[in-house]
Each structure stands twice: as structure tokens, then as C-alpha cells.
Design a protein around this ligand. Sequence first.
Ligand code: HPA
Length: 192
Amino acid sequence: MQGRAHYYEHGKANIMAVAIEVLNAIGCKSLVLTNAAGSTLEESPPGSVMLITDHINMTGISPLFGADGNERFVNMVNAYDPKLSNDMREAAKANNITLHEGVYAWFSGPQFETPAEIRAVTILGADAVGMSTVPEVILARHQGMPVCALSVITNYAAGMSETDISHEQTIAYASKAADTVEKLLNSYLKNY
Ligand code: HPA
């Protein structure tokens, strides 16, 4: 798909539910997600790529609010599928791409985080922060689709660098890393 809708756009965490249901219904066997994110790790600078191994939902919001049935109590252990993640590692290795790994923390946005928020989530175990992906992961897992996700690091998280964080910087670094991500995804997809 080209792009996504974010929670901060409409205040609806389940905005991607129908899209993911359709992908599932037409036979997509897994969901590969990409996003732009800020890094809390010095060793993972702007332009680098991170495999998401787990997440922290900082919003307290679920795309499954109001859902019925026992399936709504989704098991989130191994939400980022170990086999798909391994395939992504292999694809990175085969193409000499450095693939960082870590935990992604979801903030609602659209404002960027404060330095205090970044210090807090760093203590909690976040390696990257962003405003997307987590709702789609929950929705996909609700529908039984395995998930693999990548963060393109577009900036150091708030308070970590002298450079001002901006949407323009996000766009600039996202396009700089686009070739790497394209190469990685093309190689990964050859297995499917
Ligand atoms: N915070 C939240 N979302 C983001 C960031 C960030 O630093 N960079 C790109 N998307």
C-alpha cells in the first residue's frame, strides 16, 4: 500500500482496520510494515534501519476498543513474527545492510516528544519512537496475520541532538534511506 492513515489524523486508532481486513481477505499471508522513527540509540543514527522486535504502546489506546468476541484479547507475545524477522535479518546480511534491532514506542503525535518523554521511554526500554505501526500490528494480529516491521531512523529522538526535529527532516532522511529499504524489501520478498 502507498502510505497509511495515522491515529493523529482522525483520532481513530482503527482507521486501518478495513485496509488490513481487505489485504487478509485477498490472500496476503503476512503484513510487512515500514515507518519513520526517531532513535534513542547513539549507535543507530539517522539513515539507519531498525527491525522492530517488540513495542511499547505509550498511548493507552487500542484499535480494538469496542471490538466483540474473545479474539479481541490478542496475544501480543511474538507479535513481530520470529520467522519473518529472521528472514529479514537474512535479507539484510545477503545485501550487506546493517540492520539494527529494537523496541518501538508508539506516541500518538502529531507533536514530537519532549526530551523528558524520551528519557522516560529510554528507561522503559524503547530504542525508537514514532506515531504509527502499533495500531496496524494489533489489527493484523487480531486477524491472525503474522507481522514484520522496519523503522527507518530519520532523526535522533528529542533532546539527543543539536539538530531541530522537524517533519522536513523526517521526509529528507526517509528518502535518503529509501534505496536501502527497497533493496532490503526486494531481497526479503524473494522468499515469498
Ligand atoms: N518522534 C515521533 N515520530 C517520528 C520521529 C520522532 O522523533 N521521527 C520520525 N517520526
